[in-house]
Design a binder for this molecule. Structure first.
Ligand SMILES: NC(=O)CC[C@H](N)C(=O)O
Length: 197
């Protein structure tokens, strides 16, 4: 039975667990290395990436997480979670570190201060109908490596063309919060990826 952990030191943990339940996967909150050792994959939620970085280190989760990801554990990073997975970030604080693994450069708070949050309908090749996405002080992807697949971009407005969902092998990342709108299709997509291994 597949078990997907949710990084539970910060962020919308309950909402992600509810989405995983909806797509028929056992979800489990992960706060300790011993809990990480028991899951097949991880969701890294939104929140504040600088705080997540510090908390992960304070709870001795940073290195075990980094190692599991480097060893091929699937991970789904959303918003701050996307930042945590990125190999490279811009707009970070001087001492901010990421777990890495996802060959992209991500710009933090990219959509500008005046647009703290917004919603947009996105197209995904894997879905028949648009996916309604909620962005909160969101990052965007500025560079993608050769093996990274762009899953979705903003369709209109000043940020048109900006990359907001990517997949790199077993790593999936979105700029937005897929746990907030009741649409479990991205969690379903991730669960399929994990089950297919
Ligand atoms: N909603 C979010 O996760 C915001 C991300 C936050 N701006 C960061 O840089 O970590």
């Amino acid at each position: 039975m597949t078990v997907i952990g949710v990084f539970a030191l910060q962020g919308n943990v309950r909402e992600h667990l509810a989405m995983l339940a909806e797509v028929g996967v056992e979800g489990r909150a992960v706060r300790r290395p011993s809990e990480l050792a028991e899951v097949d994959a991880m969701v890294l939620p939104g929140g504040e990436s600088t705080t997540m970085d510090k908390l992960a280190r304070a709870f001795d989760l940073f290195e075990p997480l980094q190692k599991r990801i480097a060893d091929g554990m699937p991970a789904f990073g959303t918003c701050a979670g996307m930042i945590m997975l990125a190999n490279e970030i811009t707009g970070g604080t001087a001492d901010q570190e990421t777990l890495g693994g996802l060959d992209v450069t991500v710009r933090r708070n990219a959509f500008g201060r005046q647009v703290d949050s917004f919603e947009a309908d996105l197209e995904f090749a894997a879905f028949d109908t648009p996916y309604h996405a909620v962005f909160i002080r969101a990052p965007w992807v500025e560079r993608v490596g050769r093996d990274v697949e762009v899953l979705s971009t903003v369709r209109s407005g000043p940020a048109a063309g900006r990359i907001v969902a990517v997949r790199h092998d077993r790593l999936l990342a979105t700029s937005f919060h897929p746990e907030m709108t009741g649409d479990a299709r991205l969690h379903g997509y991730f669960a399929e990826l994990v089950r297919g291994l």
